[in-house]
Design a protein around this ligand. Structure first.
Ligand SMILES: [Zn+2]
Ligand SMILES: [Zn+2]
Ligand SMILES: [Zn+2]
Length: 82
């Protein structure tokens, strides 16, 4: 497993990312934590299937489960400037 390139933690260790906010147009938006996604069907799993973060933790960047706090799409589909 790879290390997260933002927080430097090993993703397989099931730890939350340290990156908490997206900055868009000089405003900060809290990122959507694992377990708070509107669309993903991953609820009930103790750890994110995409990046290993625990419930209530922040996803590591690049995770396909993470949702954008603005448009509520997954960050991979999102077109916001984050
Ligand atoms: Zn991370
Ligand atoms: Zn994730
Ligand atoms: Zn977005």
């Amino acid at each position: 497993m790879a290390k997260c390139n933002v927080c430097g933690k090993e993703k397989s260790a099931n730890v939350s990312c340290d990156w908490k906010y997206f900055e868009i147009d000089e405003r900060e938006y809290e990122r959507v934590k694992y377990g708070e996604e509107k669309r993903s069907g991953s609820a009930g799993e103790p750890f994110c299937q995409g990046c290993g973060t625990p419930a209530g933790g922040y996803h590591h960047p690049g995770c396909p489960v993470e949702e954008c706090p603005l448009c509520k799409k997954t960050v991979l589909e999102c077109e916001c400037d984050v």
